[in-house]
Design a protein. Structure first.
Length: 567
């Protein structure tokens, strides 16, 4: 393809009727003031969308516009252009056609970038236009650090050799940012954030060190290395989190902060002695994303309406239940951010504090010095709070204190590990809470699970197996629209899994008058009957099946989540 001609973006947008000459002048003035690119100023001022600008450029240069969301790029092709150049020139190799390479550029008017890309690739180039935001997301996803991590692990192994290293010095010696162990960990964190991982597992085995990432609730192998490097990795992480480096026989917990690409990431670390060395698991909490709002969680409208009504009440208890990693804390913080106003005093008691929310008082439980949930909770009541968030109802003492607080004019939000909403009041009674307290204080139980979402980029119609068909038939008897089953084939967007991201499925049990009356009776069968009647057809399984029928998730995923419910 011939080199594109020199032409100004502003002229193209005016010629194609996207901007008036006056709007262009306004945008150019804004560009001069802020020193940003014209396209960015036009989008920020709401004069045109990124897609409209890209399509206008494509028409002008008579080249295709490529929507990267639905374009499957092979990593081998992308790697023809190093990441540094890809980011600098806002360009990406889309495919290698042998004789020529197809390059997507956010700004094909940038002739300097075109010349540099041609110089690096040393091949004929065919151009396409892509939007800048999609391009940057795709670069983040494609240029994974797998090879770099393996290389740094080998470097660390070689440096160790057979000689003894003073690992303790790694924590105090200045200028150690270039030490292989530091580089390796930094690269690992960067890769985990790029891959949207929630946890990093570093597990020493007999003949290898295994590093795995948990992405969308499922573990994926990241790399395998020599088991010799397990000790320096564990030690460096202990130093970063202020743990006792001489203690290798007992489990330890801690936390630290890392900066990954201008984003602050909170890391919760847990070490555990295993047969072949210390196993380390890190939970990553990316603070740059902020707290989600209730509207962003995918809660069905009917449930959302009832939930909002409950959290705005002056007193009572709301419990969110589900297994570890089902998004309970995210839901509670979304509720807190909605009711966080200057008129309300909100105090949270957590272990550990997972999100930072301005305007509220957050207390970290510390079991070693006997700063327990129940002890903090009793002190919190003397702090004149309106709303109290208790990280978890762990024991009888905490449950009773929480229930009493909700009876004395406080709104109490907390979590509990139960399988579904129905079993929650029974669980509170099992923990020793008085029956009248549960009946009077508990306002609502919200049970939730997370299901993986089908990747939009590779989703295709899916024919159900007879077993899946029969399973779905039971839950879709009252469905109005015909089902639309989809499954992801696996592509570069979803790392070959067919899923990208997760969404919640929910059910609520409201403590209505008949349910409260039944809860006050000795025989739990009365309560179960009243609760089932109140929840009829609005269970976790029912909502999950609806998601599968709408093509948002797969029947396989829904069956996986539902099997947890029926255990």
């Amino acid at each position: 393809m011939a080199r594109p001609e020199k032409i100004r973006l502003g002229e193209i947008l005016v010629q194609q009727g996207l901007l008036t000459p006056e709007q262009l002048q306004t945008a150019l003035d804004g560009q001069k003031r802020g020193g940003r690119k014209l396209g960015r100023v036009v989008v920020e001022n709401g004069l045109a969308t990124e897609e409209q600008i890209s399509e206008a450029l494509a028409r002008q240069f008579q080249i295709p516009y490529v929507n990267l969301k639905y374009f499957n790029i092979k990593p081998d092709a992308a790697n023809l252009l190093p990441e540094v150049q890809a980011r600098r020139f806002r360009a990406l190799v889309l495919e290698d056609a042998g004789a020529a390479v197809k390059v997507g550029m956010a700004d094909p008017t940038d002739l300097f970038a075109y010349d540099e890309i041609a110089r690096v690739l040393k091949r004929d180039i065919t151009l396409a236009v892509v939007t800048e935001s999609q391009l940057l997301q795709t670069i983040d996803r494609l240029y994974r650090r797998t090879e770099e991590i393996a290389g740094l692990a080998q470097q660390l192994e070689a440096e160790m050799g057979e000689a003894a290293i003073d690992f303790a010095a790694l924590g105090i010696t200045p200028g150690l940012e270039d030490a292989p162990v530091v580089k390796l960990l930094q690269t690992m964190f960067e890769d985990a954030i790029q891959a949207r991982a929630s946890d990093i597992h570093i597990e020493p085995q007999e003949k290898k060190l295994q590093v795995r990432f948990r992405i969308d609730g499922v573990l994926h192998l990241q790399t395998e290395a020599d088991p010799k490097i397990a000790a320096p990795l564990a030690l460096r992480l202990k130093l970063m989190s202020g743990l006792d480096i001489s203690e290798k026989r007992l489990p330890q917990d801690g936390r630290f902060n890392v900066k990954v690409r201008q984003a602050q990431v909170d890391v919760r670390i847990s070490t555990m002695p295993s047969q072949w060395g210390e196993s380390v698991v890190m939970r990553l909490l990316n603070q740059s994303g902020g707290v989600l709002g209730l509207d962003q969680l995918g809660i069905p409208e009917g449930i959302l309406l009832r939930l909002r009504e409950v959290i705005h009440r002056p007193s009572g208890m709301l419990l969110v239940t589900g297994p570890t990693g089902s998004g309970k804390t995210t839901t509670l913080y979304a509720a807190l951010s909605e009711i966080n106003t200057p008129e309300r005093k909100i105090v949270t008691v957590e272990d550990p504090v997972e999100y930072r929310l301005p305007g509220i008082v957050q207390v970290q439980v510390h079991e070693k010095i006997e700063l327990t949930f129940s002890r903090v909770l009793r002190s919190v009541l003397r702090q004149d709070p309106d709303v109290i968030l208790v990280g978890e109802m762990r024991d009888r003492d905490t449950v009773e204190t929480g229930l009493r607080a909700s009876m004395t004019g406080h709104m109490v939000l907390s979590t509990l590990h139960t399988n579904d909403a129905l079993g929650t009041p029974i669980r509170l009674l099992d923990m020793g809470a008085p029956r009248y307290m549960v009946a009077m204080s508990l306002q609502m139980v919200l049970a939730q699970r997370l299901v993986r979402v089908v990747c939009e980029s590779c989703a295709a119609p899916h024919a159900l197996s007879p077993h899946e068909h029969e399973w779905m038939r039971l839950d879709l008897q009252d469905a109005v629209e015909p089902p639309r089953y989809l499954k992801g084939a696996g592509c570069s967007h979803c790392n070959g899994t067919g899923y990208l991201g997760r969404t919640g499925v929910y059910e609520i049990l409201e403590m209505t008058k008949p349910v409260v009356e039944a809860a006050n009776r000795e025989d739990p069968a009365h309560f179960m009957q009243a609760a089932r009647t109140q929840m009829a057809g609005r269970t976790l399984r029912h909502y999950a099946a609806r998601l599968a029928a709408s093509g948002k998730t797969t029947v396989e995923e829904v069956m996986r989540v539902s099997s947890q419910l029926e255990e």
